[in-house]
Structure formats: C-alpha cells, structure tokens
Design a binder for this molecule. Structure first.
Ligand code: UDP
Length: 247
C-alpha cells in the first residue's frame, strides 16, 4: 500500500515512522490523494497506536507502508521534539473529519462514515451537515458487524463511490479493515479515526479547550469512560520507552 515511509518526510518514534506534517499539510496531502486515484491509507497515530505497533510487527509494517501517518496527540509531539523534529501541532482524526467535511461542503467530496454504535455515524453525519451545509455524506454504516459481513460492507462502500472513507472501529481494527478490503472499497482515501463519530454525534464530549490546550484530553476521556484504562495505561509505557530510546 502506498509509497511507504521511505518517500515521506518522517520522524521515527520507537521504530514507527510518523509524517512531519501540520494540519494544513495533511489536508493538502489528502486532497492530492483524491486527485491521484487509487486507494490511500491514512493513519492517525497516537501514543497508544505507536505502542500497539511496537508490539505487533504486522501493524508496524502497515503504518510504514501507509501513505500518511499523522502525529496525533501530545505524547507523539513530545517524542518527536526529543528527536529534533519540528512538528508543531497534533493532527487528530477528529480534526481531520471536521476539516474534510468543511472541504466537502466547498468542493463536493464524497464522504462515507463506517463505525461506532448503530445510529451514531448517521447522527454524526447529520450534525456535520448542519454545521457545513452541502457536506456530501454519501453513506454510513455502524461498526458492530461480524467478520463474515466484511465483504458485504466493503461492497456497499464501493457502491457509494466515496472519495474519503472514515473508519471508526478503534485501532488497529480500523486500519486492518482498510488493508484487507482495499481492493474492493475503491475509496480514494481511507482514514482510521477512532472515536470521532462519538464526538460529532454528541455521544462523547470533547475535553474543554483549556484541558486540550494543556494536553490533558486523555485524562478527560478517562474520567468519562474508565473502561479506557487499558489504553491510557499505555501512555506512561510510551513515555518510559521514549525516554529510554537512544536510537
Ligand atoms: N467500535 C466499533 N466496532 C467495534 C468496536 C468499537 O465501531 O467492534 C467503535 C466504538 O463505538 C468507537 C470507536 O470504535 O466509536 C473506537 O473509539 P476509541 O476512542 O476507543 O478508538 P481509538 O482512539 O482507541 O482508536
């Protein structure tokens, strides 16, 4: 898949290549992918994703071969800075969804939402269309399907002919779905976006701006949803590994 990390301008964090892009540069790349044709994979890589990739060679290869892996989260920015990178801002799945919807309203890009609990992707699409009138959501499907339904869902996505497919199944399942259905879905860009539809539907509230600004969004999520502990406990693990990394 894709041109791979070799042709990208990446900083390597714990063996995982992350593109040194700002939000605007990431959006430019996504718009170029739409023009190019073919299917491109975009990974929004947070500290948790990097820990998963470190422990799982298949997932690490998938990120290395992606077309774009964006720096998502304060932990990744901090680790990148330690390596002398000039990455300045996080490029998260939630922000990409919102900006691509805004672009869709101007340029007509066709967008498909796959993932989250039944009704949530649809509601997220409605809310975003209210905010960005003309935003072109061409299909939605929830993310609680059986493995044997994967082909049927991929075919439904292909029939909707999306330019951009957002997949919110959690990491690494969303990226694996994109990889395995890539020959079928025909979306020009497919992006794994974690819990984004929950945010836009109003199911989960984003942290107050002040908490985001001081990089404590993870704490907010944990307070609202203690089942996220497994994910949050990867954060100190990430920090310890980065501090011990001499590569
Ligand atoms: N989800 C899904 N199908 C599943 C499991 C999870 O669609 O079988 C959805 C879940 O409803 C949520 C998203 O995947 O909307 C995962 O969000 P999370 O913030 O946990 O993702 P991460 O940031 O860990 O990738």
């Amino acid at each position: 898949m894709g041109q791979g990390a070799g042709a990208r301008n990446c900083v390597t964090i714990l063996g995982v290549p992350i593109d040194q892009v700002s939000m605007d540069q990431a959006l430019n790349r996504i718009e170029n992918f739409i023009q190019e044709g073919g299917t491109h994979l975009v990974v929004t890589a947070d500290a948790n994703g990097i820990i998963i990739a470190q422990q799982d060679e298949g997932f690490r290869n998938l990120i290395s071969q992606a077309d774009l892996a964006t720096p998502d989260g304060a932990g990744v920015l901090w680790a990148a800075k330690r390596k002398g990178s000039s990455i300045k801002e996080r490029v998260s799945g939630v922000d990409i969804v919102e900006k691509v919807c805004a672009l869709s309203a101007q340029k007509g890009y066709r967008i498909y939402f796959l993932g989250a609990e039944p009704g949530i992707a649809e509601l997220a699409g409605q809310k975003l269309t209210e905010k960005y009138p003309g935003c072109n959501i061409v299909g939605t499907h929830h993310g609680y399907f059986k493995a044997e339904d994967e082909l049927k869902i991929a075919q439904a996505i292909a029939a909707a002919q999306p330019d951009v497919l957002f997949v919110a199944l959690g990491m690494p399942r969303q990226e694996r779905f994109i990889q395995s259905t890539r020959p079928i879905i025909q979306a020009k860009v497919a992006v794994g976006v974690g819990g984004s539809f929950d945010v836009f539907s109003g199911k989960t509230k984003r942290a107050p701006k002040v908490m985001q600004a001081i990089h404590l969004e993870w704490m907010w999520r944990l307070l609202l949803n203690p089942s996220k502990f497994a994910k949050v406990k990867n954060l100190p693990k990430f920090a310890i590994k980065v501090l011990g990394d001499r590569s």
